[in-house]
Design a binder for this molecule. Sequence first.
Ligand code: MG
Length: 283
Amino acid sequence: MRQPEPLEIGVMFWAGGDPAATLQEVKSLGVRCGQLGIPGTMPLNDAVTAAWKQALEAEQFTLVTVFAAYDGESYADIPTVQRTVGFIPETTRAEREARTYAISDFAAALGVPSIACHIGFIPEDPANPDYKAVREMVRRVADYAARHGQTFALETGQEPARVLLRFIEDVARPNVRINFDPANMILYGTGDPIEALDLLGPLVISVHCKDGDWPPRDRPGALGTERPLGQGSVGIRRFIQKLKQLGYRGTLNIEREVEDREQRLADIRTAVRLLEQIKAELA
Ligand code: MG
């Protein structure tokens, strides 16, 4: 696969339909690289892998990350995320670990250098049994990914930057990195994303360009609201400027999670133009 330019604009998108048609739709937004999410219920087998490999070659499209999502996850509100997402729920840990290995194998077959997921809310207390179980699981996944020469990126947002940093230091695996999503820090109310980037910068291997507003103060447990890029509280220009200052050389992956397909595509098109403009201004 072609190596993307530093700060090349990409899109975070999801598998499910025909791979070639999916890539053609993403390319119609004006990008040639991105991150592929695999829904938790999607079968992963040799036929699926072969179809993606062929489509990526035919469309000359570069994947920088394969993202794992897991069956049974829900992002309805913060307590539901705590209960259902990532490596935290005890009853699904074994099946999600096996699934993550399958994602790593799939990514390796496509020549993708990084896998990623939300591991869920990391408890602040290292003595918490969930903390220890998740740390051991992250170590095993990291070691598995390392055998494929991959990084394993943890998505930000569900805990404050200092908690994530301490956890990663405790995991102590050189290929564990961060997929930094500035909007998540706001949506979950965990802290200012630009300050967080100062702390986490050296570990950031990939980013989401997503925007959003803080949670409503009168509804405890509610998430903030995602917004089209440039219309939320992230300060996307400041975000790109900070990435440049830190010497980030990965791609800028636009993520838009609004349900309506047409709206999502229109918002991503607008976001591509916004990022092009910001990059030109900062060049
Ligand atoms: Mg994200």
